[in-house]
Design a protein around this ligand. Structure first.
Ligand code: ACM
Length: 271
């Protein structure tokens, strides 16, 4: 059995140091093996210019991952968080930014996943991800990362599940009420995997723009059952015990195994 969870909070736009301190203060009292934080949780989400993104994004590994490593090493913790990643501008390649998820563990920085499916105005400020969907063996479990809108594309989850992921870690800033929570339950069920959705809550208002995030972070079992769910509008740290190997059993009836019964020769997915 391992302990997995999420920390749902309301990052303050542009206040990276304050957001990081809030995260560490909350996680300091957590007893878990694997925790997930929301998308873009160090910077906030509602950018209004490319300059703002360029200024707030950071290299990975970089100051934020180094800061959080202190926590993950001390607490023997695996941590997944969403953050803005800056690449290039070093004379060889132009500056570009990704909406990324980072995996940091007991030995420090491990991996980055760059969001493949950009949502709304993210398309103005971020480059679509170029990191293939990959599974990471943490010793305690095999996991993969998706970022928010990626959950709308079933192939992304399937790619992770077919590689053996037992848990999907899903930093999010969901804005369509109820949708993401429903979709991720279905993704968990149709792949028979665990799912940790870490959403943020609160409203961001920047200039003429305003977004309200839907909270309701959740942990889902391979049968679709909700193991934990946060309120829609307040801070919440929730941790549950799971047995990751439950996700290796893809049977839904005595005669149906969801992976063995697939018919990939009929799907023609490359169009
Ligand atoms: C989203 O992808 N942040 C909705």
């Amino acid at each position: 059995m391992i302990k997995v969870g999420f920390y749902q909070f309301c990052p303050v736009f542009g206040e990276v140091r304050a957001n990081l301190h809030k995260i560490v203060e909350a996680l300091e009292r957590a007893n878990a093996d694997l925790l997930v934080l929301p998308e873009l949780c160090t910077t906030g989400y509602l950018f209004t210019s490319q300059d703002e993104v360029n200024e707030l994004a950071e290299p990975i590994p970089g100051p934020t991952t180094l800061f959080l490593e202190n926590l993950t090493r001390r607490k023997n913790l695996w941590l997944v968080l969403g953050m803005a990643e800056r690449v290039g501008a070093n004379g060889r390649s132009p500056l570009r930014c990704y909406n990324s998820a980072v995996l940091i563990g007991p030995d420090g920085y491990r991996a980055t996943y760059r969001k493949a499916h950009l949502f709304l105005e993210e398309k103005l400020y971020f480059v679509p991800g170029d990191t293939p969907f990959r599974v990471h063996d943490l010793g305690v479990a095999r996991m993969g990362m998706l970022v928010c809108f990626d959950h709308f594309f079933p192939e992304a989850t399937r790619a992770l599940a077919l590689q053996g992921a037992q848990i999907v870690c899903h930093p999010s800033n969901l804005v369509l009420p109820g949708k993401g929570q429903q979709i991720t339950r279905v993704r968990a069920m149709e792949n028979r995997i665990f799912w940790v959705l870490a959403n943020r809550y609160g409203t961001e208002e920047r200039g003429s723009k305003k977004l309200t995030y839907t909270g309701a972070s959740q942990i889902v079992a391979p049968n679709g059952e909700l193991l934990a769910q946060a309120p829609s509008d307040s801070e919440s740290l929730q941790i549950v015990e799971i047995s990751p190997s439950e996700a290796d059993d893809k049977r839904v009836t005595a005669m149906n195994d969801l992976f063995a019964d697939r018919r990939p020769e009929m799907y023609n997915l490359t169009r």
